[in-house]
Design a protein around this ligand. Structure first.
Ligand SMILES: CC(C)C[C@H](CC(=O)NO)C(=O)N[C@H]1Cc2cn(c3ccccc23)CCCCCCNC1=O
Ligand SMILES: [Ca+2]
Ligand SMILES: [Zn+2]
Ligand SMILES: [Zn+2]
Length: 169
């Protein structure tokens, strides 16, 4: 695993998230559920807790966008880059953006939102890319059945390095 330089991390364990926009590829409740499960991947192995908010500022602001969307990191149409996220910090730190030119899916072979979101939230929490093939934080997307998803050891070691582990798990 790799941390970002300076090892930025959240100084609190209760983090808020807010979904600012949705994709038209999936029903809203499926997006809400995929995001919630992607956050649980990380809270399952650390003391981190996530609370959804609907108004005001949140630590992790989530949205779907196309091409140039105001942060100087424009998306590239269908294919190529699927999403990106900012490392922990104020303002846009922690925010995750998903390329809405992708065909977002839940169970079939199109781009799986849960898997991509789990990767992006790794960045939101302080993990950079891993060079371990098969790690969630590997920079290349590869589809796997989300029902059988288990956080690879490399990613778990990285997140627990940052936030410690919950003894009960
Ligand atoms: C890990 C993932 C969830 C998030 C990463 C981006 C990222 O690290 N966000 O935090 C991603 O989108 N990686 C590209 C990397 C990539 C693969 N190719 C590309 C062609 C052009 C540009 C980028 C790519 C070859 C063609 C396949 C394109 C479709 C799949 N895309 C990818 O795997
Ligand atoms: Ca794209
Ligand atoms: Zn962006
Ligand atoms: Zn990434």
């Amino acid at each position: 695993y790799q941390l970002f330089s300076g090892a930025p991390k959240w100084k609190k364990t209760l983090l808020t998230y807010k979904i600012l926009s949705y994709t038209s590829d999936l029903p809203r409740r499926k997006v809400d559920d995929a995001i919630k499960r992607a956050l649980m991947v990380w809270s399952d192995v650390t003391p981190l807790r996530f609370r959804r908010v609907y108004v005001g500022h949140a630590d992790i602001e989530i949205r779907f966008a196309r091409r140039e969307h105001g942060d100087g990191f424009p998306f590239d149409g269908q294919g190529g880059t699927l999403a990106h996220a900012f490392s922990p910090g104020e303002g846009r730190g922690g925010d995750a953006h998903f390329d809405d030119d992708e065909k977002w899916s839940e169970v079939n072979q199109d781009v799986n939102l849960f898997l991509v979101a789990a990767h992006e939230f790794g960045h939101s929490l302080g993990l950079n890319h891993s060079n371990v093939y098969g790690a969630l934080m590997y920079p290349l997307y590869s589809y796997q059945n989300p029902e059988n998803f288990r956080l690879p050891a490399d990613d778990r070691r990285g997140i627990q390095k940052l936030y410690g582990k919950l003894m009960m798990k």
